[in-house]
Ligand binder design. Structure first.
Ligand SMILES: [Zn+2]
Length: 411
């Protein structure tokens, strides 16, 4: 592979002649790594943190998967790339739609630029929805674990994924869905099929288990084996996350849900619409309940009154009008409602009781989306150079990970 340099979204990337691998461990708050390392479940990651770089970085809000993955592959906040949830009210259509189409991504990706500059780029995601959004203009391999057996050379840049990886297509609700992504990365690197990789896992395990539970520790030990293989293949490796994960339960362990559309309609009349941007087809994870929602009011004269009422509602932590959400939360103002609301750490925000099927949940409600899941770890296998040490001491972002790993490490 060649040393290359290219520009992407206002930044220059100087990529050394070494394999570059960025891993996004979905839902990996620092507590997951801390508990796993304390119990000696992640010896390779611990060594990487000790000899390279280990810090905490700030993700994009709302702290959801598509939002942060779009940020990571573009190096930009949501206000620039446009992806601010899984689901939104498309003002042009007047309809609530999934945001999982590349037509909603307003910026080109670092991956497409790296492939155009001559690196063999591969993106492996756990979920197919993410592959759809992020593979735009990528001249390389783009495959999901979820539909690995459907990948074709013409459309995915690769055939026979199961044979190459040596594992069958995993069920999406499994630890294997994430492990498959890492194993695919190992296989692509080992077989010389790629030298610039983005590997994005799924948070099924984190939604289900707290950091100290045996199942979680076992999962992280299995991740560590694959991380070790990537390191042994000579990769410059960075591991970060899209968001963390917290229990969203009351003292009795019941889900702490604020049905915001119901409550707002009682006070401000009908016509209130609450959009839960976490809404996606994978309901077993979270029942479409997260810690961030946006609110459309039919009567614009109520916005300020509703904002003040919401701030006084226990469980609500932050409320922004549209313009403040644009500036304070880096959100695209044309894709959010009149108000943007974040909840406290152990609360989630919903629409009405009938909109959320809590019976689909396997186990207690653990979710994300708000401020308390925004800070995530960043571990890089090489020490940072002087310039990037200074940047890391400031306000580094998870979506600067490609910048850090390409431009910021010592030789
Ligand atoms: Zn999630």
């Amino acid at each position: 592979m060649d040393e290359i340099s290219f520009h992407s979204n206002g930044r220059e990337f100087r990529v050394p002649a070494k394999p570059i691998v960025v891993v996004c461990i979905d839902g990996c708050g620092d507590d997951y790594l801390a508990h796993a390392m304390l119990r000696d479940c992640m010896p390779r990651l611990r060594e990487m943190a000790r000899t390279g770089f280990y810090g905490i970085v700030r993700g994009a809000l709302p702290s959801f998967t598509n939002v942060n993955n779009a940020s990571i592959v573009t190096g930009l906040p949501p206000s620039a790339h446009g992806i601010c949830g899984n689901y939104f009210l498309d003002a042009n259509l007047g309809e609530e739609v999934m945001m999982n189409s590349p037509k909603y991504l307003n910026s080109p990706t670092i991956l497409s630029h790296a492939s155009a500059a001559g690196r063999r780029v591969a993106m492996v995601t756990a979920k197919e929805k993410l592959r759809d959004i992020l593979s735009v203009d990528l001249q390389g391999i783009a495959v999901s674990a979820e539909k690995a057996n459907q990948a074709r050379m013409e459309t995915h840049g690769i055939d026979n994924v199961e044979q190459i990886v040596g594992h069958p297509t995993p069920p999406i609700y499994s630890a294997d869905a994430s492990l498959f992504v890492l194993r695919a990365g190992v296989a692509l690197l080992e077989q010389g099929l790629s030298d610039f990789l983005y590997l994005s896992l799924t948070d099924y395990m984190q939604h289900r288990y707290a950091p100290w539970e045996a199942e979680s520790l076992e999962f992280h030990a299995a991740l560590d084996v694959e991380i070790g293989r990537l390191l042994d293949l000579g990769a410059i490796l960075a591991c970060t996350a899209d968001h963390g994960m917290n229990a969203k339960a009351d003292a009795a362990g019941r889900p702490n849900v604020i049905y915001l559309e119901t409550e707002l309609a009682e006070r401000f009349g009908p016509g209130v619409r609450v959009i839960c941007p976490i809404t996606d087809p994978y309901v077993v994870h979270h029942g479409a309940l997260g810690s961030a929602v946006t609110v459309y009011l039919s009567d614009a004269s109520c916005i300020e009154e509703a904002r003040r009422w919401l701030l006084g509602r226990p469980g609500v932590s932050e409320v922004y009008d549209r313009l403040s959400a644009g500036s304070c939360l880096e959100l695209p103002v044309d894709r959010i409602g009149d108000l943007f609301v974040l909840s406290e750490r152990n609360y989630v925000l919903g629409r009405t009781p009938k909109d959320h099927d809590l019976s689909a949940l396997e186990g207690p409600l653990r979710s994300h989306g708000g401020r308390y899941e925004q800070m995530v770890p960043l571990v890089i296998s090489r020490p940072l150079n002087r310039d990037y040490q200074i940047r890391a001491a400031g306000d580094p972002r998870n979506f600067e990970v490609f910048d850090f790993v390409c431009n910021g490490v010592t030789e």
